[in-house]
Structures are given as structure tokens and as C-alpha cells.
Write a protein that binds this ligand. Structure first.
Ligand code: M6R
Length: 368
């Protein structure tokens, strides 16, 4: 049931405020996360963790990339993230003090399960945490610890609310880990919790920019290529924005860390290459602005997803869309991703593709 929406994808995009609230529900009490939300043995297992290894595919992998910025920046906890198909076909070093975190909406992704089983057979002592949306899945059954994302069923092949709720779950993991290990002051913990509780309302507000995003989509629909740029925690959001666009509209899209421009992709830039940037008002904005000047000087049309404080104004071929009010370190990637989902959606609808069932793709990739 599409609930009055034209596509499941649009319905699921709009379900995000509720899905995020549901994922937080019951996991926080009196401003503090409950480590037992991860399972009764979580507290004991988290105590000895010295590093985190995240393994996932596709959109779930992008959520893991965001988490790496958070864990290292806020907790100082060494964190690696790798796509499952690479991880399980090499000989990764997994030390006993690692927490293996498997991210998967479906819990049935073949490569992710293979990676889990590989670690299990070689390193039976390493604890495995599944962050998953499907309670009956193989991944959940085979893991030691589980945190369910409460996104509800995701039907559209393009993953949207699963990503947002994975990020919220990873933020809960950060809080639990920081609490158990004593690496997070009570004040910062309370501040992060307060920030998490504001996300459903911020997500709701981000959805109100739909008609402005449709206007941008109209400018993209005839393009062959698009380049998404971000820095810091917005780099994985650039990758995710590009994945969403290519997956459902079939426009060739790439995500790049903005600082890599001069190392290759700048050669692609001309008036036919639209550039989409994710530009919150943070300490990386000045750097990003000089990257935007570089592409603008070569004729690219720029689409800037900004926040209301971002000091930038629209010009002829520079479209600045403020999509949110003040956002924090944790909420920013979750919120900025939502307009990119809508952008991909509108481009696909304008092109007339099969939005919920893009060609060649399956919802759950159960074979390698
Ligand atoms: O079920 P999973 O989270 O393990 O799926 C991983 C990817 O197959 C999935 O995120 C895929 O990239 C989506 N179609 C992206 O929208």
C-alpha cells in the first residue's frame, strides 16, 4: 500500500521522521542511552573494544562511512569501514579487541553474510553486532548483539529510511560505547541525546522543500552526468546522493571528496557537468567554497544544498537551497541526505523511469 503516494520511494522518504523517532523510542531514558538496548551482554562486550570494523554494501556502507567520522572524532575510537565484497575476499587483520558491526537493511545480503561467516570462522572470539531492519533475517540470527532499526518495511529498491535509521542506530552505538568506556562526558552525552531527539522535527522540515527541489530536478533531467561533492561527514552523503541518482534515474553520477577535485575529476568539468555540493555552515565551508569557485570558473552549473546560516547567495548558474536550520555533528548528515533523496526521486519521475524497481537491480542482493 503506497498510502496515497505515487511511489513507495516517496512514501518511505516521507516516513523518515516517524521511522527515526521509532528507532530512538525505548533506547534512551532520562537523557541517557541504555546499553542493554544492544542485548543483555552488550555492556560486558563493549568494555574491551579497542576498535570498530564496519562491513556493509551500498547505502548501508555509506552509513558506515558517516559513523567512522563520528566514532573517531567524538570518541577517539579507531574505526574502519569496508564494503563486504572486498572485506571477505582479502585477508583482513581483525584483532580480538575489535567489534565487528554489520550494517544491512535486509540482513540477507550475500556478501555481508559471507563477511560475517568469514570472521566467525577465523576469529570466533570477536563480537559481532548487527544493525538491521529485518528481525527474522540470517544476519540477526547469526550475530551476538543486535540493534534493530525500526524503519518498518522498505519496499523501494532505493534505500532511504533504512539509511536514516541506520545512522540513528550508529549514533546510539556511539553513545553506548562512550558510556561503557567512559570516553564521553555526561554533558556531551546529554547534548547528543538532545540533538537526536530533535531529528524527527528537522527531518520533517527538510521535507517541506519539495517544490524547490523539483525545480532543481527540472534543470538536471536532461544531463548525462552529475558530480556530487562534500567534505568531512558530507563526503559519504555526496556518495549516497550520487548512488541514489544513478540508481533510479540512470544519470551517471559520481560522489567525490571536494578536496580531490584537482586530482582528476576537475578535468571533467564544463558547462554540461552539473555539480551538486552539500554545504552546511561549518569549519569546512570556506574550503568547499573555493572548490565551488574552481568548478564555476569552468562553466559548471552549481546546485548547493545549504543550511539557513550558510553564507552564500544564489546567482545565475549557482542555485543555493537552504534545506535546514541549525544542525549538529550527528544530525547534519541525516538531514542533508533527505533533500538529495528527493532530488533523485524527482529526476527519475521526470525521466519516467521505474522508480521503485530500477532496471537490473533487486531489493535484496542474495547472490554474489
Ligand atoms: O539490505 P542491505 O542494506 O544489506 O543492502 C545493501 C545494498 O544492496 C543497498 O543499500 C543498495 O545499495 C540500495 N539499492 C541502495 O539504494
Amino acid at each position: 500500500d503506497r498510502g496515497g503516494f505515487k511511489h513507495f520511494m516517496l512514501k518511505e522518504i516521507h516516513e523518515q521522521p516517524r521511522a527515526i523517532a521509532d528507532t530512538l523510542e525505548g533506547r534512551i531514558s532520562e537523557g541517557r542511552v541504555l546499553p542493554a538496548a544492544f542485548g543483555v551482554t552488550a555492556e560486558a562486550r563493549f568494555a574491551d573494544v579497542a576498535r570498530i570494523q564496519i562491513v556493509a554494501c551500498g547505502t548501508s556502507y555509506h552509513a558506515g562511512m558517516v559513523a567512522r567520522y563520528w566514532f573517531e572524532d567524538i570518541l577517539g575510537l579507531p574505526t574502519s569501514v569496508e564494503v563486504s565484497s572486498e572485506f571477505h575476499y582479502r585477508n583482513p587483520v581483525v584483532s580480538r579487541d575489535t567489534l565487528l558491526v554489520m550494517l544491512s537493511q535486509s540482513g540477507e545480503t550475500a556478501d555481508t553474510l559471507a563477511a560475517l561467516r568469514m570472521v566467525r570462522s577465523r576469529h570466533p572470539d570477536v563480537p559481532v553486532l548487527a544493525i538491521c531492519n529485518a528481525p527474522e533475517s540470517s544476519l540477526v540470527r547469526e550475530s551476538d548483539l543486535v540493534l534493530m532499526t525500526h524503519a518498518g518495511p522498505e519496499i523501494s529498491v532505493a534505500s532511504t529510511k533504512a539509511f536514516s535509521t541506520q545512522l540513528v542506530s550508529l549514533a546510539l552505538l556511539l553513545l553506548a560505547m562512550g558510556r561503557v568506556q567512559g570516553t564521553l562526558s555526561e554533558e556531551i552525552e546529554r547534548r547528543i541525546v538532545a540533538g537526536l531527539e530533535k531529528i524527527p522535527a528537522l527531518a520533517q522540515a527538510a521535507l517541506t522543500h519539495d517544490s524547490a527541489i523539483l525545480a532543481l530536478a527540472e534543470r538536471l533531467v536532461d544531463k548525462q552526468h552529475a558530480l556530487f561533492l562534500g567534505r568531512g561527514v558530507m563526503f559519504p552523503i555526496a556518495l549516497e546522493g550520487a548512488l541514489k541518482l544513478k540508481e533510479i534515474s540512470y544519470i551517471h553520477a559520481e560522489g567525490y571528496p571536494a578536496g580531490e577535485l584537482k586530482h582528476g575529476p576537475l578535468a571533467l568539468i564544463d558547462e554540461n557537468m552539473p555539480v551538486i555540493t552539500i554545504a552546511p555552515q561549518n569549519d569546512l565551508l570556506e574550503k568547499l567554497k573555493s572548490n565551488m569557485a574552481e568548478v564555476a570558473a569552468r562553466g559548471a552549473e552549481l546546485f548547493v544544498f545549504a543550511d539557513e546560516r550558510t553564507a552564500l547567495a544564489s546567482e545565475e548558474r549557482l542555485h543555493v537551497l537552504p534545506v535546514t536550520s541549525h544542525v549538529g555533528r550527528i544530525s547534519a548528515p541525516i538531514i542533508f541526505n533527505i533533500p538529495l533523496q528527493l532530488l533523485a526521486y524527482h529526476v527519475a519521475v521526470l525521466k519516467g523511469t521505474d522508480v521503485d524497481q530500477p532496471r537490473n537491480l533487486a531489493k535484496s542482493v542474495t547472490v554474489e
